[in-house]
Design a protein around this ligand. Structure first.
Ligand SMILES: [Zn+2]
Ligand SMILES: [Zn+2]
Length: 340
């Protein structure tokens, strides 16, 4: 089969490799749609280390091709998406249900060969069925959707709340839509790219604010009667986005950190934790939320395909990473179709 292997920073090559063997509790999934996510980009740049020759990619959907002898729930032909990581099942964290903190955690496209390939092999327990009406392009976003569902479970927004999302990338646009569906009466989107802000408006944002134009904090305060919002979803993972989030949160409000920070943040507004009684909440991954992800996708209320800016064949994955790496203005979600 063809697969995209990383040999060093920005050294991604399409190669011919053997189709992986399937052991007892594993399934082989033929890849139909695989998204390039921010974490993939960190690996591609060498900010997250992987063994040279690792096949990248972890946000994926496809069809079950082969099953191991111990597989019970899935069979050949099932349409599925795949959870990107899994715990050892036996350590103290795994036994507490915190598998994402497992020291022996396997991660697709990092410690295990990933999804920018014609086939990927994974344990059955991380494979989730999707309904007939759900496209593979919708289902490739399941990692982000599951992570957003789990994150919102930590904060449980209600109709009494106002909310804002800071960061209008793929994750931010999904988080914004989920907030729109979860209860808050009013949801704003703060971003830096005009096209994405227009898209946020189309996807249901009540107000969009360009963080580069004028005073974004002032605009949010004005729109909320000077109070700020009850819940801020921080989805840009920059020091300035966290700073902005702390400023637009109301006293007693919550900042949900959904962006993935690689470094410490300088100038963090620690005094606001006391002074404004801000609740600062982190969330990692979507473990436990993927059943809900399947159901939500089948309802069709979440719009994923408008977020896809490029669809490329497997040979295009090198180009796809280059576009992401260079922050090409029109690139939002780049999706690879290995089957083409
Ligand atoms: Zn990801
Ligand atoms: Zn474990």
């Amino acid at each position: 089969m063809k697969a995209a292997r990383l040999y060093g920073p920005r050294d991604l090559r399409i190669e011919e490799v053997p189709v992986p063997e399937v052991a007892g509790d594993q399934v082989l999934v033929q890849m139909h749609s695989v998204g390039i996510c921010g974490t993939d980009l960190l690996v591609y740049r060498g900010d997250l280390q992987v063994r040279p020759g690792t096949i990248l990619g972890h946000e994926c959907a496809g069809v079950v091709a082969t099953t191991g002898l111990d597989v019970r729930r899935h069979r050949h032909g099932d349409r599925v998406f795949v959870e990107a990581s899994w715990g050892c099942g036996d350590c103290a964290y795994c036994r507490r249900g915190l598998i994402l903190h497992c020291a022996q955690k396997a991660a697709l496209g990092r410690t295990a060969d990933g999804a920018f390939a014609e086939y990927v092999v994974v344990p059955e327990r991380v494979v989730h069925s999707i309904a007939e009406n759900v496209s593979f392009d919708d289902a490739q976003a399941s990692s982000t959707i599951g992570s957003a569902i789990r994150a919102l479970g930590h904060v449980r927004p209600t109709i009494a709340d106002t909310a804002a999302v800071v960061g209008s990338g793929h994750a931010g646009l999904i988080l914004m839509q989920l907030l729109r569906l979860s209860g808050p009466q009013w949801v704003a989107m703060v971003g830096t790219r005009e096209k994405r802000l227009e898209l946020a408006m189309e996807l249901g944002a009540d107000l969009v604010v360009d963080a580069r134009a004028g005073n974004p904090v002032e605009k949010i305060l004005q729109a909320t009667g000077g109070l700020g919002v009850d819940l801020v979803g921080e989805a840009a993972a920059t020091g300035s986005s966290l700073d902005l989030s702390m400023q637009i949160a109301t006293c007693g409000g919550t900042v949900l950190v959904f962006g993935i920070y690689e470094h410490s943040v300088e100038g963090f507004r620690a005094p606001d934790l006391y002074g404004k009684e801000i609740r600062l909440i982190g969330s990692k991954g979507g473990f436990g939320a993927f059943g809900a992800t399947s159901q939500l996708l089948s309802c069709g209320v979440l719009k994923i395909e408008p977020l896809i800016s490029h669809i490329l064949p497997l040979e295009g994955v090198v180009e796809g990473f280059r576009l992401m790496d260079e922050k090409a203005p029109d690139a939002l979600r780049i999706v690879i179709h290995p089957g083409q």
